[in-house]
Design a protein around this ligand. Structure first.
Ligand code: AMP
Ligand code: FE
Ligand code: FE
Ligand code: ZN
Length: 301
């Protein structure tokens, strides 16, 4: 890989951020705004990875071309494992792949029903909120999620930031929590692979998780075609990074890093964690090439 100098200073390596959300799911910026924010932040390679959807891909692709940002089109699939939710990043999948598209559609459907049930439970307990207010927060064709309930509570003046809603009403342990359909993580890895893409577990050891993501499961996911672990992430401290590093060494997995940016919806900032160029190269090489990395401008690695 050729070291790249850019207008952003004396850096010799491209800045690669492989996990970010737009209004196609629970980010607060449109795909075009997300790409613009990435360019502003000095990101050379950005992955758009909305929850359970590719709806933001085309707009992001157009903006990336204009802004000179290299774009990796991806998704973040919510998976169900015991009582926990595991997030699987899938890079460069074929958007037209039937089995994967069907699975994502099923998840989005179930997410709508589930939000409506959560709002009903909250309203019955006197929390001032209507489902129509929540729907008003979900972008057209976007994947609905708990953050949209939080956004409705911000819009009607109940709270000031999404965090407050997650601390009080929206957390996994909340009495208002309702789950949604989500695939098994091993099956999700198989789906991403058979759609030509590259599966990487997002923030595998997030501390809010109840601790059931065990090594044996990751090993089974590896056997199904898992390629990497997102080790460098705001939700991981030194212990989690060490655990991911040891596991990756043992199982032959790549280690990635990314921001998991959600615009104003989360405190995560673009490029706060990044992926090494040689790891990015290996990720790209692991795809079948059915969906290509969109290289633009002079800043591409
Ligand atoms: P859901 O997809 O409906 O299960 O909601 C999970 C999403 O909520 C995650 O993707 C996060 O982006 C978001 N989230 C979780 N905790 C918080 C928090 N404390 N503040 C803001 N967003 C959060
Ligand atoms: Fe999210
Ligand atoms: Fe996630
Ligand atoms: Zn994410």
């Amino acid at each position: 890989m050729t070291p790249t100098g850019t207008a952003h200073g004396a850096r010799t390596h491209p800045v690669i951020d492989l996990h970010a959300h737009s209004t196609a799911s629970d980010g607060t910026e449109t795909p075009a705004e997300l790409v613009a924010a990435a360019a502003e932040a000095g990101v050379d390679v950005l992955a758009i990875t909305d929850h359970d959807t590719v709806a933001g891909w085309d707009e992001a692709a157009e903006a990336a071309r204009v802004r000179g940002v290299t774009l990796v089109r991806g998704i973040e699939i919510s998976c169900a494992w015991r009582h926990s939710s595991i997030h699987l990043l899938g890079y460069l999948t074929d958007a037209a792949d039937g089995p994967l598209a069907l699975e994502l559609e099923r998840a989005r459907e179930s997410r709508s029903t589930r939000l409506e049930r959560m709002v009903a439970l909250m309203a019955a307990d006197g929390i001032p909120l209507g489902y129509d207010e929540v729907l008003a927060q979900v972008g057209p064709g976007a994947t609905p999620g708990r953050p949209h309930i939080a956004d409705a509570l911000i819009a009607n003046g109940t709270i000031g930031h999404r965090d407050e809603a997650f601390e009080s009403w929206l957390g996994n342990d909340s009495p208002y929590y309702v789950g949604h359909y989500a695939p098994d993580p091993v099956r999700a890895v198989e789906l991403v692979r058979s759609a030509g893409g590259v599966p990487v577990i997002a923030h595998p050891f997030t501390r809010t998780r109840t601790g059931v993501l065990d090594d044996a499961l990751i090993e089974r996911m590896r056997d199904a075609g898992l390629v990497g672990l997102e080790a460098y992430h705001r939700d991981h401290g030194p212990e989690e990074v060490a655990r991911a590093t040891a596991l990756a060494g043992r199982l032959g997995l790549l280690l990635t890093g990314a921001s998991d940016y959600h615009g104003a919806g989360k405190r995560n900032r673009l490029a706060e964690n990044t992926t090494a160029p040689e790891v990015f190269e290996a990720l790209e090489a692991a795809s079948t090439g059915v969906t290509e990395v969109l290289r633009s401008g002079t800043s591409s690695p």
